[in-house]
Design a binder for this molecule. Structure first.
Ligand code: ARG
Length: 465
C-alpha cells in the first residue's frame, strides 16, 4: 500500500492548503479494512452510472466508458494488480481514482449525484446481503446434519438433566432436536434482518438528496433492493441493519456456545457420552493421552468477540446526531469480524455434527445410575389412586433405599418395592425401565422415539419448503 501524500491527490483537496499530517492520514484511512467491499462498490457504481444515463445526466457513451473502466479496475483487483493507496483513504476513492487514471475525465463524472455517505451505506448493505445468504446456507447445512443425527439416535437413551443433575431419561435424538429448535429461531431472525438490510440508501447523497433528476427506483431495481429508502438523512446515518445482524449473530453464537459446552462435557472421561472424530480434535504437546475437543472449545470462546461486536455497534451509534458522522467508519471491523466468525463456526459445526458418534451403552448406564425413572414410579402410584404428594414421599423412600443398596429402582424385587407401598404390583416394571419411561412421553414435543421421528420428518419438510 502506498501513502504518498499531496493535497492535489485528494478528491476533496480543493479547499486545503497543506497536506494531511502523515499520522492523521493513516489514522483516518479505512482502506486497510474496507477494501473487501470493492466488488459491491463497483456493482453499486455500475448501477449508479446506468441510472444516470437513463435519466440523461450521462451520455450512453460516457456510461459505457465508465462501466468498462470499472470492470477493468475490478479485474486488476482480482488479479492482485491493484495498488491500494492510504492517501486515497478508502475503497471508494481508491476505485474512483484508478477509474479516472484509466479512462480520463469521464471517470470524474461517476460521482455525480452521490456522496461517499450514501455510497458506503449501499456497499455495506449489498455486501451484507450476500453474506447473509451464505450464512443462511451454512445454517441450513448444520440443521440438516442435526436432523440426520437426531433420526439416527431416536432410540438412544441418555439422562436428561436439570441443574446438571440426572432428572429423567430422554432420547439423544430429542436432546439434539432441542438444539435444532434454537437454530430454527436463528434462521428466522436472519431472514427477518435481511428484509431491513435490503433497502437502498443510494440517492440520499451526502444527507439531503441531490439536485440531479435521479430515479432511485431504477438503481434499486438494478441492485436487487426491495425498495429505495424513504428519508435521505436516515439513509446515510442508519446502521440498525448492522446492529440487527450482530444481534442475530450474538444469539446464534450463544446457542452454539451452549452446544459446545455440552459437547465438551460429553467428551470428557467423566461423562464419556460421545466421540468426536480425530480430525476435529487436537492433542497435547506434553500429555500423550489427551484428545481435546478444540473445535467446540473455540466456538464457545469465539462467542465472546461476537457478543462484544454487538455492544461495539450499539455504543458506536449511541447519541450520534444526524446525519453521517465519521464515527460510522468504525462499523466495519466489528461487522466484518462477526461475519467471518459466524461463517467459520457454522462451517466447523456443519462438518462436525454429522460425524458425532454416541456411546450408547455409557449414556444408558448414566441414565440408570441417577434414578431417572423415579418420576415414572410416582406417576404409576398416582394412576393407582395415590395423591401425588404421597407418591412423591413413597418414591423418595425407595430412592433412599436404592442409594444405600447401590441399586436402581428397576433392579429391586417386587417385595422390596412393596415395602414402600402395597399398591405396587408387578406391572410396575413396565414403567421403571428406561424404554418404558421415554415411550410413555408420547405426545407432540415429548421424548418418545416415535415423536422424535415425527418431529424430524416435520422439520425436514419445513427445511426443504
Ligand atoms: N470511509 C468512510 C466510511 O467508512 C466512507 C464515507 C466517508 N464520508 C465522509 N464524508 N468522510 O464511513
Amino acid at each position: 500500500m502506498t501513502d504518498s501524500s499531496k493535497t492535489s491527490e485528494k478528491p476533496w483537496g480543493g479547499r486545503f492548503s497543506e497536506p494531511t499530517d502523515a499520522f492523521v492520514e493513516r489514522f483516518t484511512a479505512s482502506v486497510g479494512f474496507d477494501q473487501r467491499l470493492y466488488h459491491h462498490d463497483i456493482t453499486g457504481s455500475i448501477a449508479h452510472a446506468t441510472m444516470l444515463a437513463e435519466v440523461g445526466v450521462l451520455t450512453d457513451e460516457e456510461k459505457l466508458q465508465i462501466i468498462e473502466g470499472l470492470e477493468a479496475v475490478k479485474a486488476d483487483i482480482e488479479a492482485g494488480k491493484f495498488e491500494w493507496s492510504v492517501s486515497l483513504e478508502d475503497v471508494h476513492m481508491n476505485v474512483e481514482a484508478r477509474l479516472t487514471d484509466r479512462i480520463g475525465i469521464t471517470g470524474k463524472k461517476l460521482h455525480t449525484g452521490r456522496s461517499r455517505n450514501d455510497q458506503v451505506a449501499t456497499d455495506i448493505r449489498l455486501y451484507l446481503r450476500d453474506e447473509i445468504d451464505v450464512i443462511a446456507e451454512e445454517l441450513t447445512r448444520l440443521r440438516a446434519g442435526l436432523l440426520d443425527l437426531a433420526e439416527r439416535e431416536a432410540d438412544t437413551i441418555m439422562p436428561g438433566f436439570t441443574h446438571l443433575q440426572t432428572a429423567q431419561p430422554v432420547t439423544f435424538g430429542h436432546h439434539l432436536l432441542a438444539w435444532y429448535e434454537m437454530l430454527v429461531r436463528d434462521a428466522d431472525r436472519l431472514q427477518d434482518c435481511r428484509k431491513r438490510v435490503n433497502v437502498m440508501p443510494l440517492g440520499a447523497a451526502a444527507l439531503a438528496g441531490t439536485t440531479y433528476p435521479i430515479d432511485r427506483t431504477i438503481t434499486a431495481r438494478l441492485l436487487g433492493f426491495d425498495r429505495p429508502s424513504e428519508n435521505s438523512l436516515d439513509s446515510v446515518s442508519d446502521r440498525d441493519f448492522a446492529i440487527e445482524f450482530c444481534s442475530f449473530a450474538a444469539l446464534l453464537m450463544t446457542h452454539m456456545s451452549r452446544f459446545s459446552e455440552e459437547l465438551v462435557l460429553w467428551t470428557s472421561a467423566q461423562f464419556d457420552f460421545i466421540d468426536l472424530p480425530d480430525r476435529f480434535c487436537t492433542g497435547s504437546s506434553i500429555m500423550p493421552q489427551k484428545k481435546n475437543p478444540d473445535v467446540p472449545e473455540l466456538v464457545r470462546g469465539k462467542t465472546g468477540r461476537v457478543n462484544g461486536h454487538l455492544v461495539s455497534l450499539l455504543t458506536l451509534m449511541k447519541s450520534q446526531p444526524l446525519a453521517y458522522n465519521k464515527d460510522n467508519q468504525e462499523d466495519k471491523e466489528p461487522l466484518f469480524d462477526t461475519i467471518d466468525t459466524v461463517k467459520g463456526c457454522l462451517k466447523a459445526y456443519a462438518d462436525m455434527v454429522p460425524a458425532i458418534t454416541a456411546k450408547v451403552d455409557n449414556m444408558r448406564e448414566a441414565a440408570k445410575r441417577g434414578f431417572s425413572t423415579a418420576t415414572d414410579l410416582a406417576d404409576y402410584l398416582v394412576k393407582k389412586g395415590m395423591p401425588f404428594r404421597d407418591a412423591h414421599e413413597v418414591v423418595g423412600k425407595a430412592v433412599a433405599f436404592g442409594v444405600a443398596e447401590r441399586r436402581d429402582l428397576s433392579e429391586m424385587t417386587l417385595a422390596e418395592l412393596q415395602q414402600f407401598s402395597d399398591i405396587i404390583a408387578d406391572d410396575v416394571f413396565g414403567v421403571l425401565t428406561l424404554e418404558g419411561s421415554v415411550q410413555a412421553r408420547d405426545h407432540l414435543g415429548g421424548t418418545a422415539p416415535a415423536q422424535v421421528r415425527a418431529a424430524v420428518a416435520r422439520a425436514r419438510a419445513a427445511l426443504a419448503g
